[in-house]
Ligand binder design. Structure first.
Ligand code: HEC
Length: 109
């Protein structure tokens, strides 16, 4: 009985993770890809205009903590008092932002 419960819990857990990843992909492509590009390389017109760096760069990723990225997505990034990435606090829930942080981490190869 316990074993069945355990495998059920694991299966549900995996389904939830996949769902988050799927959701994050949809969110990323809808809300972030305009600047960061579908692959996260930042090679879009908007990305170049605002100076988005290559999110797939492992060296760059290593300098960022999950908390930094979470805060950046939630509160935005400012340069010279202007938003170069606007805050998503009102558009995304904390859970969605967390899933996006994980998603952007996964973009690095
Ligand atoms: C208007 C253009 C724009 C949009 C839209 C945008 N970003 Fe950014 N983003 C930037 C710029 C510019 C930077 C700063 C330079 C850099 O670090 O690449 C940045 C930085 C980042 C970073 C690295 C900063 C860190 O602290 O780790 C992450 C992660 C990120 N953005 C994720 C997202 C996600 C997720 C979305 C969608 C919800 C998004 N961005 C939407 C322009 C944008």
């Amino acid at each position: 009985m316990n074993k069945i419960f355990l495998s059920l819990a694991i299966a549900l857990g995996m389904a939830a993770t996949t769902l988050h990843a799927e959701e994050a992909k949809v969110n990323f492509e809808a809300k972030c890809a305009s600047c960061h590009g579908k692959e996260g390389k930042g090679d879009t017109i908007m990305g170049k205009k605002y100076g988005a760096r290559d999110l797939t760069d492992l060296k760059l990723q290593a300098t960022r903590k999950d908390e930094d990225s979470f805060k950046a997505i939630k509160e935005g990034i400012k340069k010279d008092d202007k938003f170069i990435m606007r805050p998503f606090a009102e558009k995304l829930t904390d859970a969605e932002i967390k899933a996006l942080v994980a998603y952007t981490r996964g973009l690095a190869k």
